[in-house]
Design a protein around this ligand. Structure first.
Ligand code: GTP
Ligand code: MG
Length: 229
């Protein structure tokens, strides 16, 4: 008898739920972004600077994942947009069921953008599809330029690398060209923006990438509807 390993079963079940979520997001035209990085790279801070730059008319919601505490949701709620914390209680990644459960009270018709901050971890979140349109990865300049080579899966699967905390470059021995080379060795087409949330440098490039990517999602959606019709 063929014995399917438990991990494979869990991932298959996750893939099934993620596919249903992706279909729902497409039907409601919600662009979904899954943000992944190691703990403390600056995911929540990037989202704080992003949310504070937007008017209240922006139709955005945020899910933020952590093993414990509601700290990140408390930080992000200050900007007036819908925010929910997903506390995993020990699990080192978000999975599609958690997303399904936590969006159940939100009317997707009223959203254009859903941003998911994953649990701080460069390994496990890369295996769990959440139904997103795009994954992005953050790497701060305090983590070392070798990380794309050590954790290739998430760098391979992410469309964008946000190099964070660039204001610290004068104080840390981080080789930016080497980091860029390493990222592109793993993922040749990877887009890269450099951001400091402290000074605001690079925020415009990040926001422009997000706007363009959301536009590309909607264009692709319109084309696939036209083809079916
Ligand atoms: N100097 C500097 N510090 C930053 C920057 N962005 C974030 N930080 C600091 O880095 C620390 C971690 O930032 P968070 O935004 O909480 O990181 P995170 O990735 O959300 O962390 P987890 O959710 O725990 O994985 C905080 O002390 C931030 O103030 C930056 O651009 N420059
Ligand atoms: Mg955070």
């Amino acid at each position: 008898m063929n014995r399917v390993p438990l991990e494979g079963k869990v991932l298959n079940e996750n893939a099934r739920v993620a596919a249903e979520l992706r279909e729902r997001f497409r039907q409601h035209q919600v662009f979904v972004l899954n943000i992944i990085s190691s703990p403390g790279s600056g995911k929540t801070t990037l989202l704080e600077r992003t949310l504070e730059s937007w008017p209240q008319t922006q139709r955005v919601a945020v899910l933020t994942g952590d093993i414990q505490t509601e700290n990140d949701a408390d930080r992000l709620k200050r900007y007036g947009f819908p925010v929910k914390q997903i506390t995993t209680g020990g699990t080192c990644h978000l999975d599609a069921r958690m997303i399904e459960k936590h969006i159940s009270e939100w009317d997707l018709e009223r959203l254009d953008l859903l941003i998911i901050e994953n649990v701080g971890n460069l390994v496990c979140p890369s295996s769990y599809d959440l139904g997103e349109a795009a994954k992005i990865v953050l790497l701060s300049v305090t983590e070392g330029e070798d990380k794309p080579l050590k954790y290739p899966s998430i760098f391979f699967k992410s469309e964008l690398l946000v190099l964070t905390k660039t204001d610290l470059l004068p104080y840390v021995p981080f080789d930016v060209p080497a980091a860029v080379t390493n990222a592109r060795r793993v993922h040749p087409a990877m887009e890269i923006v450099r951001v400091s949330c402290l000074t605001g440098n690079g925020m415009r490039e990040w926001l422009t990438w997000l706007e363009h990517r959301k536009g590309a999602f909607l264009t692709e959606l319109a084309q696939s509807v036209a083809e079916v019709g």
